[in-house]
Design a binder for this molecule. Structure first.
Ligand code: HMG
Length: 391
């Protein structure tokens, strides 16, 4: 028996900032972003959007054509928590009308928690083959106006229905794992902007890749050549180039640049425009690969690396299933990204700063209406968040 992805869908906010606009604002060469970090645009959430609305949109899409009655678990992976106690997934459960006999809880470890959720879901499904698990990962990457991390912001969600009928990808159970306590990126409870030691975080990412890969090789005996494509956590798309170049050298694989680039490039197409989606990033990249690969990936083994600062890394693997193309939502995903409206710098700043205007004293507030897909964050009253289904 196998377990894996029966359905997968991504969603991102309907507004974006072109990084040329950011470059003009700060007097940088746009190529520093377009070429240097491999990012052209970043999605920017509207004031009436948050991780719940992003996640609910992705969930509604992923559930199309699925028997939701078999779902008994929703794992919500995020580092953009909206409450210290209540799981954001409970709002998503209500908004998308999921069955009442479910468990819902939240997972956190920076960008790693989506992959962490998968490691819990797979053995669970193999013990309960008639059930399904929903993993939703949603995040809004915020580093601060004018900060070093500003061009690597973004927002988005991915929802995956996992079951023992993996129509898209079946995961292998063995993986390589690594944990090391480092301060490369973190966000104390009193701030909603991440603190980061940028160059050090890149080094820590590569260290975690090396260690998780080595553990994977030791556990499985598999080697670099066993993989057709590689999918990486993408804080910015150039990170995959750095990581894969490292792995190629480390594994003594003799590949020309166009050969190793071919192993990673289709996975970076969506994130070049969306930006960092933290916990969901490696699965947004997987969706990009599956949607955009010109070759048939049937029966091909894919290597995936998830990295969460702080730090945890996992190298895990899956096999693409026969007929997978007919279960993808490629046209929907491409439309969501291409239909976004461009923001000028002032409007981006206004959207960004809106969060600080939310009342913290319990007084009521209605959020202004923007395009947020099917769900919106309608405001606050008595310290409670209000959500609406958009007609
Ligand atoms: P920076 O100092 O602004 O940029 O920081 P830089 O000066 O290092 O330039 C970036 C690249 O652009 C360099 O290339 C330059 O040479 C090149 P590299 O040496 O790296 O190959 N460049 C140009 N190229 C072409 N034309 C030009 C030009 N100018 C320069 N004119 C940094 C960049 C990514 C560090 C910063 O944006 C940052 O701190 N971002 C946030 C942290 C981050 O994304 N870290 C990634 C690893 S950690 C991770 O993935 C976890 C994370 O997702 C969080 C989580 O787990 O929750 C972040």
């Amino acid at each position: 028996m196998q377990a894996g992805i029966e359905s997968i869908s991504i969603y991102t906010s309907q507004y974006y900032l072109d990084l040329k606009t950011l470059a003009n604002q700060w007097g940088e060469d746009p190529d520093k972003y377009y070429i240097g970090i491999g990012q052209e645009q970043m999605s920017v959430p509207a004031p009436d959007e948050d991780i719940v609305t992003l996640a609910a949109n992705a969930t509604a899409q992923a559930l199309q054509g699925i028997d939701a009655g078999a779902l008994d678990t929703l794992l919500f992976a995020t580092e953009t928590g909206i409450d210290q106690s209540k799981a954001a997934g409970i709002y998503v459960h209500e908004l998308t009308q999921l069955p009442k006999n479910m468990r819902v809880f939240e997972l956190k470890q920076a960008c790693y928690s989506g992959a962490g959720g998968l490691s819990l879901a797979l053995p669970y499904l193999l013990h309960h083959p008639d059930r399904k698990v929903l993993i939703v990962a949603a995040d809004i990457a915020r580093y601060g106006i004018g900060s070093i991390g500003e061009p690597t912001q973004g927002a988005g969600a991915v929802a995956m229905v996992l079951s023992t009928n993996p129509k898209i990808m079946a995961f292998d159970l063995e993986s390589g794992i690594y944990t090391h306590d480092v301060m490369d990126f973190w966000r104390p409870n009193y701030t909603d902007e991440a603190l980061v030691d940028g160059k050090y975080s890149i080094k820590m990412y590569i260290t975690a890749l090396r260690e998780a890969w080595q553990h994977y090789v030791d556990v499985t005996g598999n080697s670099f050549a066993d993989f057709h494509r590689y999918v990486y956590h993408l804080p910015f798309t150039k990170m995959a180039d750095k990581a894969h170049q490292f792995l190629v050298r480390h594994a003594n694989a003799e590949l020309r640049p166009e050969e190793w680039k071919r192993q990673i490039d289709d996975a970076a197409i969506y994130q070049r425009f969306i930006g960092n989606t933290y916990a969901g990033s490696v699965f947004v990249a997987l969706t990009s690969l599956l949607d955009n690969s010109p070759d048939d990936l049937t029966d091909k083994r894919i290597g995936l690396f998830s990295y969460g600062s702080g730090s945890v890394g996992e190298f895990f693997t899956g096999i693409v299933q026969q007929g997978y193309q007919s279960h993808l939502k490629k046209a929907m995903h491409q439309e969501i990204i291409s239909e976004r409206a461009e923001l000028d710098y002032e409007t981006y700043k206004e959207f960004y700063l809106f969060k600080s205007k939310l009342p913290t004293d319990g007084s009521p507030m209605r959020t202004p209406k923007h395009n947020t897909g099917r769900y919106r964050f309608a405001g606050l009253t008595e310290h409670q968040r209000l959500y609406e289904v958009v007609a």
